[in-house]
Design a binder for this molecule. Structure first.
Ligand code: C5P
Length: 289
């Protein structure tokens, strides 16, 4: 039995760091959206007793450090529905260490796929609960669409979807580790914060230019000191006609919001001359279980 599943990337259109918690994590408040840049996951149940994983790019771990493998092991353990193994294959398209939740998207796709393959019948709420120990972005990636993410990222509230638009994603060659960016940001004062409530109001009335000009990520200032190209890429996106632009997650990718397809395509073309990992994407709605 084999099942395939798309693992969609997420972008953060805003990210606020509220406080450092006693467990070392941070309480966050962010608006996230699924986009159509995706990895392709194939899962086959086997009798081997172990979960193995192969990936189209060599540097992704194939053992339990891979979130897709951890997700399958956790699903088998918690549901008790399969005591054999599984073979996971990942066709990787989402850049890694970019703030696009690639590993989290793969893990969430594995949970959805196994839920179907084993007719487990878990509701989205149950899959999100199961996803929490896997990582802060995994619960969001289960159902995707547009959501407000709070707490560590696991407290989710659905939001109105972005209206028809384009998101240009541009990742500089240098990557960033989430842990490193958070640690570095702890030593720096926060001077500006996103107007999250204003952005939600703009989404509710479908005012995309009001929404776009408020895009802001508190981690961008510290991350820009670690990877110098982040600020210039954001500047280029704005110069090329984006309604708004900011770094996504803990970086290093930067996103620009566009309403006009030709302006967006031109921006993507222009940036791809310098940055190989540039993508023209569109928002995706809620993901069916
Ligand atoms: O939860 P996840 O494993 O994705 O988090 C990776 C790292 O990001 C954590 O070890 C922590 O340093 C940082 N993090 C944080 N606060 C969050 C989410 C992540 O400090 N809410």
């Amino acid at each position: 039995m084999t099942v395939t599943e798309k693992a969609y990337a997420k972008v953060n259109l805003s990210l606020d760091v509220l406080r450092k918690r006693s467990d070392g994590y941070h309480d966050l408040c962010m608006i996230a959206h699924t986009v159509d840049l995706c990895d392709d996951i194939t899962i086959e149940l086997t009798e081997s007793g172990t979960v193995s994983c192969s990936c189209s790019v060599g540097f992704i771990p194939s053992d339990g450090r891979n979130l897709a493998v951890a997700a399958a092991n956790l699903f088998f353990e918690r549901t008790g529905l399969w005591n054999g193994g599984a073979r996971i294959s990942i066709e990787k398209c989402i850049p890694v260490c970019a703030g696009l939740g690639g590993g989290s998207a793969d893990a969430a796709a594995v949970l959805r796929a196994l839920n179907r393959l084993l007719s487990a019948g878990l509701a989205e709420r149950d899959l999100c609960e199961l996803a929490i120990p896997l990582g802060s972005d995994v619960p969001f990636c289960v159902g995707g669409g547009a959501q407000l993410m709070e707490g560590k990222g696991e407290v989710l509230t659905p939001l109105p979807l972005l209206p028809d638009c384009f998101l240009v994603i541009c990742k500089p060659a240098d990557s960033l580790s989430t842990e490193r960016v958070f640690t570095y940001s702890d030593s720096r004062p926060i001077k500006h914060r996103p107007d999250t409530a204003g952005m939600i109001r703009a989404l509710e009335v479908g005012n995309i230019s009001d929404f776009g000009r408020r895009m802001f990520n508190v981690l961008e200032e510290p991350a820009s000191r670690l990877v110098r190209e982040i600020a210039p890429i954001r500047g280029r996106l704005i110069d090329l006609g984006a309604l708004g632009a900011c770094m996504t997650g803990s970086g290093s990718a930067v996103i620009g919001l566009f309403t006009d397809s030709e302006v967006a395509a031109n921006a993507a073309r222009s940036l791809s001359d310098v940055y190989a990992e540039t993508y023209l994407t569109r928002p995706v709605g809620r993901i069916e279980l």
